[in-house]
Design a protein around this ligand. Structure first.
Ligand code: NAD
Length: 276
């Protein structure tokens, strides 16, 4: 049986990276896909590609940081297709750096997109789905929503908030037919790092310093869709990250040096500052 056939799915951030690949794989499985992105050109290119491959999709230009635009996205989807089966709150950005260097405007920008965007998408879709008596909300957090990430603290804080919302909503939704899952990936090959801001560090240095071995988006999305079919609470990958999470919960002191190395490596990139 094809689990996603004839389902209606909204994917925010569907114009690039993990969201784009989610759109492709869902459409390939027979779902109708609403590609929502702030970048109209990206979203349009995802939709064109799906249509070329024989799938069904439309795009909507949406800034997830705007409650009104997210409301309109969901209302228009329901009015066009009659229901929503999946709400993927996936759009996100990364802004990090030494906390001493970050401005409040940078904190606010991350929280507006990564936190408020998911809050609006989750709660507005939840009301619709609860009334329908079915639906699945899938929120993209990160492995850093479950563990510290010194040097990327605003991002980490926004993703912790997403995990808290999603895990609580999962139990509220259980009695009204609504499922909620949280995606917590490690490093996946997308443009998020190319577009990342690290306060007082040139972006080329950030990109150069990334560890190798990031997962391909196709592999990540295979694992995400498998987790959704199994209605998993937390969908966390790759295996090394799952182990790190286990160690963090059971023996947090074992990871202390790893976390210190992270912030020290950012400080070295910034101005050669050595604090050890
Ligand atoms: P990406 O940069 O390739 O894609 C992000 C998409 O979101 C882009 O199409 C962008 O235009 C869109 N977007 C940004 N701001 C928006 C806004 N205000 N409104 C609507 N759309 C907006 O990045 P990605 O890696 O595919 O990221 C997808 C999600 O996965 C994010 O939530 C990210 O935090 C999370 N994540 C990524 C990684 C990774 O290693 N790539 C790891 C963990 C979590």
């Amino acid at each position: 049986m094809n689990y996603f056939k004839d389902k209606v799915a909204i994917i925010t951030g569907g114009g690039s990276g993990i969201g784009r690949e989610l759109c492709f794989q869902l459409a390939k499985s027979g779902a109708t896909v609403v590609v929502a992105d702030i970048r109209e050109d990206y979203a349009e290119s995802t939709v064109d590609e799906i249509k070329n491959r024989g799938g069904t999709a439309r795009y909507m230009k949406v800034n997830v940081a705007s409650e009104a635009e997210v409301q309109q996205l969901i209302e228009e989807t329901v009015s066009q297709y009659g229901r929503i089966d999946y709400m993927f709150n996936n759009a996100g950005i990364a802004i990090g750096g030494d906390v001493r260097d970050l401005t409040m405007a940078q904190w606010k920008k991350v929280m507006d997109i990564n936190w408020n965007g998911v809050l609006y998408g989750s709660t507005i879709a939840y009301r619709v789905m609860a009334q329908q008596g079915f639906g699945h909300i899938v929120n993209t957090a990160s492995a850093t929503g479950l563990m510290p990430q010194p040097g990327n603290t605003p991002y980490c804080a926004s993703k912790h908030a997403v995990v808290g919302l999603s895990q609580s909503l999962r139990y509220e939704g259980a009695d009204v037919g609504v499922k909620v899952s949280t995606i917590c990936p490690g490093h996946v090959q997308t443009d998020i790092y190319k577009n990342m801001t690290v306060a007082n560090v040139p972006n080329e240095k950030v990109v150069e310093s990334l560890p190798s071995g990031a997962m391909k988006t196709s592999e990540a999305v295979d694992l995400i869709l498998k987790g959704i079919i199994q209605n998993k609470d937390i969908i966390i990958f790759p295996v090394a990250v799952r182990w790190a999470w286990r160690i963090h919960r059971l023996f947090p002191a074992l990871l202390k040096q790893a976390w210190l190395r992270k912030i020290r490596s950012i400080r070295k990139l910034k101005d050669g500052e050595v604090t050890q």
